[in-house]
Every structure is written in C-alpha cells, then in structure tokens.
Design a protein around this ligand. Structure first.
Ligand SMILES: NC(=O)c1ccc[n+]([C@@H]2O[C@H](COP(=O)([O-])OP(=O)(O)OC[C@H]3O[C@@H](n4cnc5c(N)ncnc54)[C@H](OP(=O)(O)O)[C@@H]3O)[C@@H](O)[C@H]2O)c1
Length: 210
C-alpha cells in the first residue's frame, strides 16, 4: 500500500496550503491522523496533556519533514482550550480548514458501578469539550472559506456494548451533534462529519477493545 506523503502527496489528494487542528495527536488514532494530514501537505497543530510525549512526537514528525506544531492542553479545562485556539489562530493567521475532535476518554464499568464523577468526566471530555472547541474554532473555520470538522465517535455510539454505558451515550450524542452543526453551519461553508471506528488497538483500549 502506498503511504501518504509519497506518491499521493503530489497528486489529487494534496492538502498543501491547508491548516488542521487535531486533538490528542500523540497516540493512537490521533497520531495516525496527524501523520496522514501532514503527509498530504497540511500544516497541522496538535495537543495533548503530556508535554514530554508531545515534544517527542512533534520532533519525530518534523524529522520527517512534516509541518507539525503542538501545545500542551487539557481539553477539559475551558481556559486551556481558549488558549489553544488563540495559539492556533496566531499560527494559522486566523484561518483553520480542518478541526479533528479526536481526544476522548473511556470509563469501563457496569451501570451500577459508575460514580457521578465518572459520568461527569466522560461527558465533559467526550461531549462538552469538543462542543466548546467547535464554538471557539468557528470564526477560524468560517474565515478559511472551506471549513471542515471531523468528530471521532465509535460503534459504541450506535450499538450497546458491555460496560460502556456513559461512553456510548457520549458518542451517541456526538452523532446527533454532527447533524445539528452540519445544518447550522452549512451557511458558513463548514462541513461536519463523524467517523465511528470499530476496535483499534490503542492506549484507550488497554482494558478492552471499544
Ligand atoms: N481505539 C478504539 O478502539 C476506538 C474505537 C472507536 C472510537 N475511538 C475513538 O477514537 C478517538 C481516539 O481514540 P484512541 O484509541 O486513539 O485514544 P488514545 O490512544 O487513548 O489517545 C488519546 C489521545 O488523546 C489525548 N487526550 C486524552 N484526553 C485528553 C484531554 N483531556 N486533553 C487533551 N488531550 C487528551 C491523549 O494524550 P494525553 O493522555 O497525554 O492527554 C492521546 O494523545 C477517541 O475519540 C475514541 O473514543 C477509539
């Protein structure tokens, strides 16, 4: 299979000149998304909470000739999200073509074992945070004239899987949010889509594949 960044790069799938923000790009699916977008020529900004890991990944991508930058950001913290968008705006000159809401968390427990704080944290990380990030990024996406948002949902947001009740609910909500944003922001030329993967072996799936 041809890899992005080689033969695709200079042909019809080029993203040269496009800008992207990918949340949670240091590991798993987000890491692959950053590499794919950057390999196709996009200028990518990513974020995570672990500064050491983030710096290592950015150095690795830059070593491959990719245009990637990173910010330490806990997406569950509103002020840190605001700071992230300020940085992205300044780096990309007020315009963002692609926002990938990838970062999320899992709590793996039966319904009766979920504590209130488990529920609040999962809903904050998986629903409120991407929702707020979309709000903050809206002016930049609109200014690009060609904005795109991609959410990472899950098959767990469509079918019932064991021990994933609140995670599944957060992903089901993302599926619905995709439709609302798509209708509200079509007038601003912002396209909204959701990808709902099946199991992928990453750090989020250490306890079980979701
Ligand atoms: N893997 C699967 O089987 C699977 C299946 C369906 C859907 N998905 C979805 O795909 C997406 C990616 O999953 P994954 O398996 O690649 O996850 P992962 O391996 O756990 O990676 C998550 C990434 O997000 C970052 N992150 C997590 N919480 C964050 C926060 N509060 N603020 C900033 N960054 C944060 C992590 O870095 P730090 O921890 O350092 O912050 C890491 O870079 C998620 O939305 C997940 O629900 C995954």
């Amino acid at each position: 299979m041809e890899s992005a960044g080689t033969s695709f790069n200079d042909r019809r799938w080029s993203l040269k000149g496009k800008t992207a923000l990918v949340t949670g790009g240091t590991r798993g699916i987000g890491y692959a998304i950053v590499a794919e977008l950057a390999g196709l020529g996009a200028s990518v900004h990513t974020c995570s909470r672990n500064e050491k890991e983030l710096n290592e990944r950015v150095e690795e991508w830059r070593g491959k000739g990719f245009q990637v930058r990173g910010s330490v950001c806990d997406l569950t913290c509103n002020t840190q999200k605001e700071e992230l968008i300020k940085t992205v705006s300044s780096v990309f000159d007020g315009k963002l073509n692609i926002l990938v809401n990838n970062a999320a968390t899992v709590v793996l427990k039966g319904v009766l074992d979920h504590r209130p704080e488990d529920c609040s944290y999962v809903l904050k990380a998986n629903l409120e945070s991407p929702y707020h990030l979309c709000q903050l990024a809206h002016p930049l996406l609109k200014a690009s004239g060609d904005g795109n948002i991609v959410f990472l949902s899950s098959i767990a947001g469509v079918v019932a899987l064991p021990a994933l009740s609140i995670y599944s609910a957060s992903k089901g909500a993302i599926n619905q949010l995709t439709k609302n944003l798509a209708c509200e922001w079509a007038k601003d030329n912002i396209r909204i889509n959701t990808v709902a993967p099946g199991p992928v072996k990453t750090t989020i799936t250490k306890p079980v594949l979701v």
